[in-house]
Design a protein around this ligand. Structure first.
Ligand SMILES: *Cc1c(COP(=O)(O)O)cnc(C)c1O
Length: 380
């Protein structure tokens, strides 16, 4: 028997508190029970998103929530600026293309970021821009983009800032109202440590103003209709009831830990992972501010990243992730978000030492684990 470990950058393991809650008999969504459940979840989501705005849950994955953000705030013929420095940046581009939204691309080589000054320049040069789109944590490269800086640049303009926070909500600090982020999008299977299937959209006042005149087609993802129901603790269509039940549990867990501690935990796990990887002589793919959600590692010379992923899986029954798109084969990615703690990082690094040996690479056994332990031994 080899114990299964899920260490991919999403989906993440689900805590047993949530699993057991979700195993309870189904309840109907047009009932006082669901309204009471949703009232608690609704308040918890506002705290987690650090906003006074309503957080609208949608029965879809993060990409559905990204699409909802675009079609509810933009209009045919609009031009937006896009921070494009990874696979998820590409996804914003594809969604915009699908709806005929014109895109000015602010690109950086994968592994790098786009400085806020370039966003400010784009806004100054194109005063008609309707929105700036970005990821917070770009999960394909392991980079954390400067959302605070982008918000500062966007706030003075007519444009809104739309942020994909799928792999940063409940992982890295993103105070939506305090930073002036207009739209925050997320999903259930990353920092929220739930099964996939629930997306979230939160729109601030500036975004709702654009929603009023938005002409892009929408039906299922009509957020104005959704909000009318949400304020009554209801859902427009049948919600993902089971995941909402699990969500109540994880919101309670995060509240109990304290959100500041949740961010600190992720930061420690990420720093320990990076220290361990580097102590084993491997290079980090990220050349900018690293994401606390995951670590993208450059595959050792002569080794395909997919071989590392396969060795983790076949020999050790651990799921990690490979590279996406043009990074396929060049990197492998270790997730340390959501239901993740110190000894999960130790397992991932101990397994990495084994994997490198399996692949005929020279390994100083214990070096990766030792570097991580040193980080964990630091006084908080
Ligand atoms: C996981 C993820 C998504 C959403 O992907 P889905 O497969 O639709 O859930 C979007 N953006 C980022 C940055 C992600 O990490």
């Amino acid at each position: 028997m080899k114990k299964y470990q899920l260490m991919a950058p999403g989906p993440t393991p689900v805590p047993s508190e949530a699993l057991l809650a979700m195993a309870q008999p189904m309840i109907h969504h047009r009932t006082p029970q669901y309204e009471a459940l949703f009232a608690e979840v609704r308040a918890g989501l506002k705290k987690l998103f650090q906003t006074q705005a309503e957080v609208l849950p949608l029965a879809c994955t993060g990409t559905g929530a990204m699409e909802a953000a675009v079609i509810n705030t933009l209009s045919a013929g609009d031009t937006v600026a896009l921070v494009r420095a990874g696979k998820f940046g590409d996804r914003w581009l594809e969604i915009c293309k699908a709806y005929g939204v014109k895109v000015i691309e602010l690109t950086a080589p994968f592994g790098h970021t786009v400085p806020a000054a370039r966003v400010a320049e784009a806004l100054a040069a194109n005063p008609h821009l309707a929105a700036v789109l970005t990821q917070h944590s770009e999960s394909s490269t392991g980079v954390l983009h400067d959302v605070r800086g982008y918000a500062q640049a966007t706030r003075e303009s007519a444009a809104i800032l739309i942020v994909d926070a799928v792999s940063s909500l409940g992982i890295a600090d993103l105070p939506m109202d305090a930073w002036g982020v207009d739209v925050v999008v997320s999903g259930s299977q990353k920092g929220l440590m739930l099964p996939p299937g629930l997306g979230f959209c939160a729109l601030g006042e500036k975004a709702w103003a654009k929603q009023k005149t938005s002409t892009l087609p929408k039906y299922y993802f009509n957020l104005a209709e959704e909000r009318k129901c949400v304020v009554k603790n209801e859902a427009h269509f049948t919600p993902a009831v089971s995941i909402v039940v699990g969500l109540r549990e994880v919101l309670r867990m995060l509240e109990q830990e304290g959100i500041a501690n949740v961010f600190k935990r992720h930061d420690r796990l990420a720093r320990a992972t990076r220290a361990g990887v580097e102590a084993l002589g491997l290079a980090l793919f990220c050349k900018a501010t690293p994401s606390p959600a995951l670590t993208a590692v450059v595959a050792p010379k002569g080794v395909d990243g997919e071989q590392v992923v396969a060795a983790y899986s076949q020999t050790h029954n651990i799921t990690i992730a490979g590279g996406q798109g043009e990074m396929k084969g060049k990197v492998f990615r270790l997730g340390h978000m959501g239901y993740a703690a110190e000894f999960d990082v130790i397992v991932a690094l101990a397994a990495l030492e084994q994997v490198l040996a399996d692949l005929g690479q020279p390994v100083d056994f214990g070096a990766g684990v030792r570097a991580a332990q040193k980080i964990f031994a630091e006084k908080p």
